[in-house]
Design a protein around this ligand. Structure first.
Ligand code: 4AD
Length: 457
């Protein structure tokens, strides 16, 4: 259908002024007076609408309703306050799709909770238009960052026979439904599609390591699945995961990469999406742009887990979850560290081995592993990573400590047998980055169709 994007018109007003233009879009508002009518049209390419001024004359004018899809041909003219508008007559407006009056987005100012109940329509609101554009620009910026730093984009399998994090949070993949036909679990799995137990991957890391120990530097960017029973504003059952993995790298290199990448993609976002960022600053988090500019222009903080525990214990703060060396940091602790102590993004390193995954490099102290989490104000953890255990014997010992089935990890172990190298990487939760950069407080509002415990649509 021949037409011009409203964004293109608004970005090149001089080029189109006094020209005939055709735009398509959905009616956002419609006002009718005696001789003229005003119709605001939005086609999704911009947060801004274009106003159509309809000279009704003697013609029969059927006022378009909010939500209708229309095609408008008319002359672009200068409007008030440096805007442009389209001059049209009733016959210039073609209604492409009707929209009855029970269209839920009749007026502005719906709550996010209400919009969550209409996921198929909420994208037509300015808030979600801005979120999806930021999401798209950040995704592009992430690819651009890695591609321009010699990383190879790898697609790791989504269906897997091994649990990367070993935390028992895998969704099972099966083609056998409810059945009493099998004597026990072994027999059930033998008869299942893959002849063994399979699940949806919680992380592409294990296969990412396969590729990194051949290509040097790789990244993955795809969905991960977690059957976590966490009904919180920052957990999804299906989230998008950015996972770089680098050979010939130690923990410090992983940290340097994470800081450099986060800063680069936020810079690109601020430069590419000024309108959207102003929108979030005005409507969702006052001072957002300044906070992000500040983040980019300062070094991130750095603290060991052991020091962090001391800081939390000394804080005098009443936490819901008590703080002791060995405990997992909860969101309240993470936020306290980044918001109150460091007042910026902070890397926490060297966690107790018991609360981290089997694959992390064991530190000489025998108690901690070379792990790193990046905590940011407002959200808490957005990145989790580590240097990997590259020593065959030590890795096997850590897996045996956890009663893991070594047969399922034979490929992974082989990497330590055949030319092992120091290597490491991290996982960035893409939705958490979007939350942080937009000020959206609930992860359900930064993905088109959120999947959370007890809810799928
Ligand atoms: O810390 P996690 O569990 O680390 C891993 O999966 C590693 N294998 C990554 C690696 O080293 N390649 O997860 C990494 C990040 C978290 O910091 C968080 O941002 C995000 O993934 N994440 C989630 N995001 C939304 N919903 C969930 N349920 C998430 N679980 C983790």
């Amino acid at each position: 259908m021949k037409h011009i994007d409203i964004a293109d018109i608004l970005n090149a007003k001089e080029k189109y002024t006094d020209q005939n233009v055709t735009v398509c879009g959905w009616v956002r508002t419609s006002r009718n007076s005696k001789s003229v009518a005003f119709v605001e049209v939005n086609d999704g390419t911009s947060l801004k609408n274009i106003q159509v001024v309809v000279e009704k004359g003697d013609a029969d004018y059927k006022e378009p309703r909010v939500g209708m899809s229309v095609k408008v041909c008319g002359k672009l003219v200068e409007g008030r306050n440096n805007t442009v508008e389209i001059n049209a007559v009733p016959s210039d407006i073609e209604i492409l799709g009707d929209c009855p009056t029970d269209y839920p987005l009749q007026k502005k100012g719906h709550t996010l909770e209400f919009l969550r109940s209409i996921p198929h329509l909420r994208s037509r609101s300015n808030t979600f238009n801005a979120v999806w554009r930021v999401r798209s620009v950040l995704a592009g910026a992430i690819h651009k960052y890695f591609q321009s730093h010699n990383f190879v984009y790898i697609n790791t399998p989504l269906i897997t026979g091994s649990d990367c994090e070993g935390a028992g949070e895998m969704f099972q993949v099966t083609t056998i439904g409810y059945s009493n036909d099998y004597k026990n679990a072994d027999e059930y799995y033998e008869n299942d599609f893959f002849g063994k137990r399979a699940g949806l991957s919680v992380s592409g890391q294990l296969e990412g390591e396969v590729a990194a120990t051949a290509m040097g530097k790789i990244y993955t960017f795809g969905p991960s699945f977690r059957a976590e029973n966490s009904n919180t504003p920052k957990h999804l059952a299906e989230f998008w995961h950015v996972e770089p993995e680098v050979a010939f790298a130690e923990l410090d290199d992983v940290i340097e990469l994470a800081e450099s990448m986060v800063k680069a993609v936020i810079r690109e976002l601020l430069d590419t999406c000024p309108e959207e960022m102003k929108f979030f600053d005005a409507h969702f988090e006052k001072g957002l742009i300044e906070r992000l500019e500040d983040l980019i222009s300062h070094d991130f903080g750095r603290v060991t887990y052991t020091e962090a525990i001391e800081l939390l214990k000394k804080s005098g703060e009443k936490f819901q979850y008590p703080v002791e060396w060995g405990c997992d940091l909860q969101t309240e602790h993470e936020r306290y560290l980044s918001e109150k102590v460091f007042k910026k993004a902070v890397f926490v390193t060297d966690y107790p081995k018991e609360i981290k995954s089997f694959y992390m490099k064991q530190n000489p102290d025998g108690k901690t592993v070379a792990a790193v989490d990046l905590l940011v104000p407002g959200v808490g953890e957005i990145i989790g990573g580590s240097e990997r255990e590259a020593d065959y014997e030590k890795l096997i010992a850590a897996m045996k400590d956890r009663d893991m089935n070594l047969d399922l990890y034979s490929d992974y172990l082989d990497l330590r047998k055949f030319g092992t190298v120091p290597h490491g990487g991290f996982g960035l939760g893409f939705e958490r980055l979007i939350m942080y950069t937009t000020g959206m407080a609930n992860i359900r509002d930064v993905i088109l169709y959120p999947r959370t415990v007890g809810s799928i649509r």
